[in-house]
Design a protein around this ligand. Sequence first.
Ligand code: ADP
Ligand code: MG
Length: 253
Amino acid sequence: PERGAEILRATALRKQFGGLVAVNDVGFHLSAGEVVGLIGPNGAGKSTTFNLLTGVLSATKGSVAFLGEEICGRAARHIATRGVARTFQHVKLVHGMTVLDNVALGAHLRAASGPLRAALKLDRAEEARIFALAWQQLHRVGLAHCAHLVADELSLGQQRLVEIARALCLDPVLLLLDEPAAGLRHLEKAALAKLLDKLRAEGMTILLVEHDMDFVMNLTDRLVVMNFGAELAQGRPKEIQDNPAVIEAYLGS
Ligand code: ADP
Ligand code: MG
């Protein structure tokens, strides 16, 4: 999509868990090439929103248009192959598996033959393509030198980069990152910020959930603020910083 073109629009998106309204009729849009922050206190509904956008959870109601297609209610794999990739708040790497194999799992998802056929190594040409792609994405995040280490041996910061490499294997149009800087040390945060800047320069659209306000303010073009499942405010980082309702929501939490 052309830079600035609308790629995603969520309308009146809602998710209830029994009596709890985790996401309460939330609406926002994303344009190609934007880095947007989705912020709000713990329990505001940010991760649930990611789960709705990626088909991990089905919405109670509402719609999500992505590149002109209604994806609300579609399977996670369908949405992923259409170009929405994500990382999780709690790193989901396969223990005991190498970094390269973990990244290749993302490429398997995109492969024509599907993960089962690929895992059974039924197609050697495809297997070669998958590993070439995984190597390429590991280079992109600066971790090629760790390819043959077991993923568990890496620092948390490096594991987060591996997750991003795995997501990039989908060749996404939109990348959703759920608290990628949480628990990282200063230098690791700086490396992550540098990578996100590089992806932005390449035209990637990013929706970022993050609590580190310096990180968010430096990286994002626009913010969507949630509180108790509802949308509290939207605007440029500078406007949001001075918004009394937002300040109240954070101080009150
Ligand atoms: P955030 O990511 O903003 O911290 P979440 O989206 O994880 O918030 O959670 C929003 C609310 O929904 C919280 O009150 C949380 O306890 C609840 N919630 C999240 N997932 C589930 C679930 N699978 N079942 C029941 N309640 C859930
Ligand atoms: Mg969360």
